[in-house]
Design a binder for this molecule. Structure first.
Ligand SMILES: NC(=O)c1ccc[n+]([C@@H]2O[C@H](COP(=O)([O-])OP(=O)(O)OC[C@H]3O[C@@H](n4cnc5c(N)ncnc54)[C@H](OP(=O)(O)O)[C@@H]3O)[C@@H](O)[C@H]2O)c1
Length: 282
């Protein structure tokens, strides 16, 4: 199957390179700027296209690796072209294949295929694709075909329901982008304690990396430590007294989640006073 890309950005480059390394035939790239398309074509040993119609003509599957807001407009342009029997895919986390309106009437098959990965570099990120999990949903008629094509190319894949995509994407944001925001909150508080930019990383790296590897290997219940888990009311009270409003808000809402975990872990503890304290601080 020949795969073409509309949008020569981070995901277009990376997916194209990954598939090309897996001996998938890449037809090439059409993009907003000819320069990006040329660079991607060189990187993936494929062709550059000056127009959408020739790219579609020369491809069996077309990935719309454009920003989410551009998927619908690009699809509207594609609908006017001969696309019968083509596999039309996008890589958005939050949008489903339903964005390809009227696709069945046009005789084509639509999919959303999303890598659960931060793709930050056009030339390097493809190296992480073999460790990432991708989700797929779309045309029931060709789902098995598309799945086995991607699995054969070395992609780890799971099927997702179209209705779950927004929630699924929100959870990916919590696990990725919001962890960055959480770490920044901890950094800001440490700076108030006299830490410098230089030793912040030294202070936080072992705490964060060991903790993440523990949660991933043992699960949240076994990994959870700290004052909430120990039912240490006095310490939690002191933390809430010292923190500024924005840090306190984060501390309180995540402590409630930690409390849910702690209650399952220690059914013998009475967490009611901590529970009351946290709900008063809302
Ligand atoms: N980056 C991530 O971490 C990540 C992870 C998973 C999924 N995704 C999804 O992957 C898709 C692409 O994201 P990205 O991060 O690769 O974005 P990106 O780096 O900004 O690349 C998008 C590319 O699309 C091109 N483009 C924009 N409008 C276009 C149009 N109307 N017609 C043709 N080409 C157009 C741009 O081309 P020019 O360079 O030619 O101007 C740009 O290079 C999105 O749906 C996103 O949600 C991203």
């Amino acid at each position: 199957m020949k795969v073409g890309f509309v949008g020569a950005g981070k995901v277009g480059f990376s997916l194209g390179k990954f598939l090309s390394d897996a001996h998938v035939n890449i037809s090439g790239y059409y993009s907003r700027s000819l320069h990006s398309a040329k660079e991607a074509a060189i990187f993936t040993n494929s062709k550059v296209f000056n127009d959408l119609s020739t790219l579609i003509y020369e491809s069996d599957a077309v990935f719309l690796t454009v920003p989410d807001d551009a998927i619908a407009p690009v699809w509207e342009s594609m609908k006017k072209l001969p696309i019968s029997e083509k596999m039309i895919c996008h890589c958005s986390g939050s949008l489903s294949s339903r964005i390809f309106s009227d696709i069945e009437k046009l005789g084509a098959y639509g999919f959303s295929i999303h890598p659960l990965l931060a793709v930050s570099d056009r030339y390097v990120s493809y190296q992480n694709f073999s460790n990432a999990l991708f989700t797929i949903e779309g045309s029931a008629e060709k789902l098995d075909f598309m799945r086995s094509f991607l699995v054969q190319a070395g992609i780890n894949l799971t099927v997702i329901n179209a209705d779950a995509k927004v929630r699924y994407h929100a959870s990916a944001v919590i696990a990725s982008n919001l962890v960055v925001a959480l770490i920044k909150t901890a950094e800001d508080e440490l700076i108030k304690c006299g830490f410098t930019e230089d030793n912040l990383q030294k202070a936080l790296a072992p705490l964060i990396t060991l903790n993440v590897s523990k949660v991933l290997s043992m699960g949240p219940e076994k990994a959870l430590t700290g004052p909430i888990e120990r039912c240490d009311l006095g310490t939690v009270q002191k933390h809430l007294d010292i923190l500024d409003e924005s840090s306190k808000e984060i501390y309180t809402s995540l402590s409630k989640k930690a409390l849910e975990i702690a209650k399952k872990k220690h059914t013998e503890y009475d967490y009611s006073k901590i529970e009351k304290l946290l709900s008063e601080r809302e």
